[in-house]
Design a protein around this ligand. Sequence first.
Ligand code: UD1
Ligand code: CA
Length: 418
Amino acid sequence: MLNNVSVIILAAGKSTRMKSAIPKVMHSICARPMIDYVTDLVKDLGIKNTVVVLGHEHQQVKKILKPGIRIAIQKRLLGTADAVREALPLLKNFKGTVLVLYADNPLLKKETIKKLLSHHVKNSCDATLLTAEMIKPAGYGRILRNKYSSICGIVEEKDADDFQKDIKEINTGIICFNKDRLIEALKYVRSDNRKKEYYLTDTVAILYKRGALIDSIKADDINEALGINSRSDLAKAYKIMQRRINEELMRKGVTIIDPETAFIAYGTKVGPDTTIFPFTVIERDVKIGARCQVGPFIHLREGTCLENDVRAGNFLEIVRSRIKQKTTARHFGYLGDSRIGSAVNIGAGTVTANFDGKNKNVTVIKDKAFIGSDTVLVAPVTIGKSAKTGAGSVVLKHRNVPESSVVAGVPARLIKED
Ligand code: UD1
Ligand code: CA
């Protein structure tokens, strides 16, 4: 069924309502650009024939798109119908179903699209819409039905009268079309509306009048219909996506004490029997092993890898660091650009001074080392295996601490060698 499907993803809009210098589809939700949710959804479905329509600041968006995605450029942002028109030449030799998706609709699920496509194909429809029932439908296009309950059009909120505004069934924007009927309908779309735009939604009434078969399915989860137009929508989507990410981790055997305060980036890998304590922020590109204890109040930034049985938490920031098994860093501090061995004890208040004003430098702490409370490690520096630093030590750069030795003081000096 999916072999005969092409997808057009609309992402050319200017995002006026976001009041942002960055194109809307580049804004992140759980540390992942909005557009990636949609392009990956299509890829996960195994649909190869995809065109993304870019416009506003298209060079910027292009940079973050995964390689291999075909792009059409909409020169003037004349509306969603115009955007689809711009994409069609790239599907010249294709015959079959064209699925239109909006890149500002990141919460959509794979199963829903599958259901929509299979309904469309099974019933040989000319157009099949994904609709949703919303208690507060403000901002969305409303579905118009005739006296037999068949869909006969969509009216945009701005063009709707009071009666139409009361309609709770909305257009999610996701529609599959028979390609020939789509091309036919696009010819008749006019811009005689409030926004003076060519609306893709007008194709529905056009097709209805021309006797086409139009049907719909409803989204089970109305969150899927959330279109991101404002910062407030962005915050809503963030919360919903975070809940989904956390649920998935819990299904895989991770304990999350308070999912409401565990802010975990999309795609974070966490091993089973790890416990995430409250107020934990985990950014992209972080890996956590099994049986770890993470948090409370911790910020794990990009490039952090905690191996199995690591305990890290209580007011700690870790970035670009690998921490091996059974190491503990249990009380406040900063570990940046560090390679930390196994069974190391990082005392309270340890700071890696990794930045010299120009470069980020590496701190290496070997297995079983004991870093005393309030130690400052001025990178680049290496602490040898089983070495110790006294409380309050400042280990200067290049003053590597030999294996099994003890240093203390400011600057730290060797006081004992086993
Ligand atoms: C659109 C629908 C509305 C639906 C809602 C669902 C139309 C006319 N309206 O409204 O019925 O309820 O989505 O979220 O389609 N875009 C372009 N080129 C353009 C204009 C827009 O590519 O010239 C892209 C945008 O980047 C965006 C998508 O199309 O990804 C939708 O545009 P947007 O302006 O957000 O439409 P809505 O007002 O939300
Ligand atoms: Ca929108």
